[in-house]
Design a protein around this ligand. Sequence first.
Ligand code: ADP
Ligand code: ADP
Length: 223
Amino acid sequence: APILEARSLVKRYPNGDVTAVDNVSLSIKPGEYLSIMGPSGSGKSTLLNLLGGLDTPTSGEVLFQGTPYSSFPSLDQLRATHLGYVFQSFHLLPTLTALENIQVPMFEGPRSAADRQAAAWELLKLVHMEHRARHSPLQLSVGERQRVAIARSLANDPQVLLADEPTGNLDSKNGSEVLDLFDKIHQQHGVTLVVITHGGEVADRAQRLLTYRDGRVVGDERR
Ligand code: ADP
Ligand code: ADP
């Protein structure tokens, strides 16, 4: 059974009369590494936000493990505990340390302060950032910021990680390191990955490549 499914998804923005997602149906299996590639403005972010329950469709629906988002008693709860998000511009809190940023999503759950600390250290190790635990995001390079943001996205052990141009602000060396981390998260932790890109290395690494144009899926290639 699919872990994530889109059925006849439509998103229309009334102002400007834009159809960013134009009748998209899509089925994502557990453990897949899917990349969505398309030009700027084609609607990729809108599609990802719908898949992640961050935005509501004009029509159609998204299902997580067979249950429509509209049927979940708390979509907030689903988002916090089963889905992880990585953005192009990190969205870390500048007044918190790296170690504290990683713990922010953990406040959704019942974990003790000691458990949160221990889990955050493990995640810092996973992204090779222990040496920056007490630093503010402002003191980190952009590559390091994204590694911390990835650690935070894994705070509640999500089944699916949704990433919107995660290497968009990084040079190729830092970009490759972030993609190495995604490979590790995919291979060693079995997380389903959905990663948006406008091309390049992300598209090369994914096992399944969806080509997107003007709100429509125009290619769906597995390799
Ligand atoms: P991409 O991620 O491929 O660059 P987006 O999903 O960001 O594409 O945008 C798709 C289209 O929808 C664009 O024409 C954009 O201007 C428009 N759009 C995105 N968000 C909004 C919004 N909140 N209100 C109106 N139009 C929007
Ligand atoms: P592991 O060996 O822990 O399974 P990798 O060696 O594949 O993981 O590293 C995952 C990511 O972390 C890659 O982007 C890699 O470049 C980066 N990395 C590895 N070691 C370090 C380090 N000591 N400091 C900073 N980044 C590192």
